[in-house]
Design a binder for this molecule. Structure first.
Ligand SMILES: C[S@@+](CC[C@H](N)C(=O)[O-])C[C@H]1O[C@@H](n2cnc3c(N)ncnc32)[C@H](O)[C@@H]1O
Length: 234
């Protein structure tokens, strides 16, 4: 049992919605969540990345995208704090060497310089100290190892942002609450996305944690962004 250093304990919310998590995600994002994870997989799977760590892996959907890629990595490791999410992940067939373990993003249970790539999708927003988590990713990456962070963001266009916020504030919490049986969880989703830094602000946070070549790639009009970077050589 890996005790959490995460003061927020937000991961506990996910134990309650684990069983319906994948289906609700697909409905609320109208299937876009899979497309976004595929874009992440295209970045990660360069044919040379042998060992990939997916943090806050949840039900293992990033691992599924990576394992289905034609240039899939030879080893996959997924960690999460929520046991019920990991239980769902355990039932999936990754068709390649894949290890799932309980682990805290703020204190990863691996020695330094273990992985070629570290990924986190829709997870960095949930940890109590994202800067500490980003530094942890840098610690477990090999020199020049790569980082990919997928996270919700807000559209740059004012019109699109207004329409999106209408859906996000009023429709999503009700629909998510009804489908997953936990309205508070989806109210939290809305509040956390609106307050989390995105775009340039989040790129600066990644660079400050020791990464170079930091880029942001907004997708679907800016409602999700893929951030990438390379671990700075010491
Ligand atoms: C929105 S889900 C994302 C799951 C998955 N990555 C995906 O793409 O669907 C967020 C996940 O972050 C996990 N989480 C939150 N805080 C964590 C922490 N400190 N360490 C590890 N996982 C954490 C939660 O348990 C949950 O499974």
């Amino acid at each position: 049992m890996n005790p959490s250093r995460d003061a927020s304990g937000v991961w506990r919310v996910f134990d309650g919605i684990a069983r319906r998590y994948d289906a609700v995600n697909s409905i609320l994002s109208m299937g876009r969540d899979r497309v976004w994870r595929r874009v992440l997989a295209n970045y990660v799977c360069d044919g040379a990345s042998a060992c990939v760590l997916d943090v806050a892996t949840g039900t293992g959907e990033v691992l599924m995208s990576l394992s289905r890629h034609p240039r899939r990595p030879s080893r996959l490791v997924g960690v999460d704090m929520a046991i019920a999410m990991l239980d769902v992940a355990q039932r999936k067939d990754y068709g390649t060497l894949c290890l799932l373990a309980r682990g805290d993003a703020l204190c990863l249970p691996f020695p330094g310089e273990t992985f070629d790539v570290a990924t986190i999708a829709f997870g960095i927003r949930n940890v109590s100290d994202p800067a500490v988590a980003l530094r942890e990713f840098g610690r477990v990456l090999r020199p020049s190892g790569r980082l990919a962070v997928l996270e919700f963001s807000l559209p740059a266009s004012t019109v699109l942002r207004k329409a999106y916020l209408l859906y996000f504030r009023h429709v999503l919490p009700r629909l998510g609450g009804w489908l997953a049986g936990d309205r508070a969880a989806y109210r939290y989703l809305n509040a956390s996305v609106e307050t989390f830094p995105f775009g340039e602000a989040f790129c600066k946070m990644i660079a400050a944690a020791g990464f170079d070549e930091v880029r942001a790639r907004p997708m679907s009009g800016g409602i999700a962004t893929l951030y990438t970077g390379s671990r700075r050589r010491n």
